[in-house]
Design a protein around this ligand. Structure first.
Ligand code: VTB
Length: 329
C-alpha cells in the first residue's frame, strides 16, 4: 500500500472508529439507569463486537473484556474486522467504561476504543494501575508519579502560572485514596471526586472547559492504557505503574510481557506509533454528553483524536431510528 493510501485509510478509520463507539453507546444507553450493570455491559460488548467486525481491518484485541476463559465477547486476543489482507491493527477497548455509572444513571460513562499498528500499545492485565496525568503544553516532567503530591502541585501551579489553590485534581472516590486526597487538600488544591470512569477523568485534563488540571490515583490498568492512548494523541503527560497484589497478578502481568512489575511506564511506553482514539458518551459527563433519546431517534456526542495531527474532533450525531431500522444498528 502506498503512503497516500495508508494516510487516507487512517483518516477514514478514525470516522469508522466513531461509528463503533456510537453504536456501542446507543446500545448501552438502553440500559442506562436500569440498575443492571451486567446487562448494560453485555449490550455494549455485543454492539462493539458487531461494529468492529464490519471494519476493513485485520484487527486484534490486545486489551479486551477479559481473557478467553472469562468472556466470549471481545476477549484479549480476539480477531475482529473483515481480515483478509486488510491492515493489521491492534485494538484496546472498553465498550462500557463505567458500567456501574451507566446502571445508576450517573456521570461519565463512555464507550471507548483506541487503535494503532501492531505493537503500539502496552499489554496489561485487568489489575490496578497507579496513575498521574496532566494535559498538553506543559514542560516535560512537570509532575512525577514518585514525587510527593505537594511537590507535583507546586510545580504544576508554577508551570501554569496560577496558585496551587486554583488547581483542580480529579480522583476516584475510593477509601484507598483517603491519604492521597488529604495530602492534596493539605497542599491547598481542590479535589474533584468521581464515582467511576477514570478514562474521562484523565481526558478531562486536556480540555480547558472541564477545569481539571491533574488526574491522580489508582484505577484499572486497561483504563490506564486507554487514557494514555488519548493523552498521547493530544500531547499530554502521563505515568503509570501496575499495582500488583500477589503472585497470581504477578504472573498475569508476566503473561502480558511485564516482568518488572514495579516499572514506571511513561506515556509513550503505554501508547505509541500511529494511534487513533474514539469515545462516545453513554451518560453525561465532564468530557462528553451522553446519549439523549427522543421519539424517533437519539443524539450522541463523541470525540475522535489522531496522534498524527493531534486534531481533536467533537462529533454530535443525530440518529434516525426509523431510517436505520432501529437505533442499535
Ligand atoms: C476505575 C474506574 C472504572 O474501575 O478504573 C475502576 O475508572 C477501578 O476499579 O470505571 P475499582 O472500582 O475497584 O476502584 C472502573 O470502575 C471500571 O470497572
Amino acid at each position: 500500500m502506498s503512503e497516500k493510501m495508508i494516510a487516507a485509510m487512517d483518516r477514514n478509520l478514525a470516522m469508522e472508529a466513531v461509528r463503533v463507539t456510537e453504536a456501542t453507546a446507543l446500545a448501552a444507553s438502553r440500559l442506562m439507569g436500569r440498575g443492571d450493570e451486567r446487562a448494560a455491559d453485555l449490550a455494549a460488548m455485543q454492539a462493539m463486537q458487531t461494529a468492529l467486525n464490519r471494519l476493513p481491518i485485520d484487527g486484534t484485541v490486545v486489551i479486551g473484556e477479559g481473557e478467553a476463559d472469562d468472556t466470549t465477547v471481545l476477549y484479549t486476543g480476539e480477531k475482529v474486522g473483515i481480515g483478509q489482507g486488510s491492515p493489521q491493527i491492534d485494538i484496546v477497548l472498553d465498550p462500557l467504561e463505567g458500567s456501574t455509572i451507566c446502571a445508576k444513571g450517573g456521570y461519565n460513562a463512555l464507550a471507548v476504543v483506541a487503535m494503532a499498528e501492531r505493537g503500539a500499545f502496552l499489554k496489561v492485565p485487568a489489575i490496578y494501575m497507579d496513575k498521574i496525568a496532566v494535559g498538553p503544553n506543559l514542560p516535560e516532567g512537570v509532575v512525577d508519579l514518585d514525587a510527593p503530591p505537594v511537590e507535583n502541585l507546586k510545580n504544576l501551579a508554577r508551570a501554569k502560572q496560577i496558585e496551587v489553590a486554583d488547581l483542580l485534581v480529579c480522583m476516584l472516590d475510593r477509601p484507598r485514596h483517603d491519604d492521597l486526597i488529604a495530602k492534596v487538600r493539605d497542599a491547598g488544591a481542590r479535589v474533584m471526586l468521581i464515582a467511576d470512569g477514570d478514562v474521562a477523568g484523565v481526558i478531562a485534563t486536556t480540555l480547558a472547559k472541564t477545569g481539571v488540571d491533574m488526574y491522580l490515583g489508582i484505577g484499572g490498568a486497561p483504563e490506564g492504557v486507554l487514557a494514555a492512548a488519548a493523552l498521547y494523541c493530544v500531547g499530554g503527560q502521563m505515568q503509570g505503574r501496575l499495582v500488583v497484589r500477589g503472585d497470581s497478578e504477578r504472573s498475569r502481568a508476566a503473561r502480558c510481557g511485564i516482568t518488572d512489575a514495579a516499572h514506571k511506564f511513561t506515556l509513550t511506553e503505554m501508547a505509541n506509533g500511529n494511534v487513533l482514539f474514539a469515545a462516545t458518551g453513554v451518560t453525561d459527563g465532564v468530557v462528553l454528553q451522553g446519549v439523549h433519546r427522543y421519539p424517533g431517534g437519539a443524539t450522541t456526542h463523541s470525540m475522535v483524536i489522531r496522534s498524527k495531527t493531534g486534531t481533536v474532533r467533537f462529533i454530535e450525531a443525530r440518529h434516525d431510528s426509523l431510517r436505520k431500522g432501529g437505533l442499535d444498528c
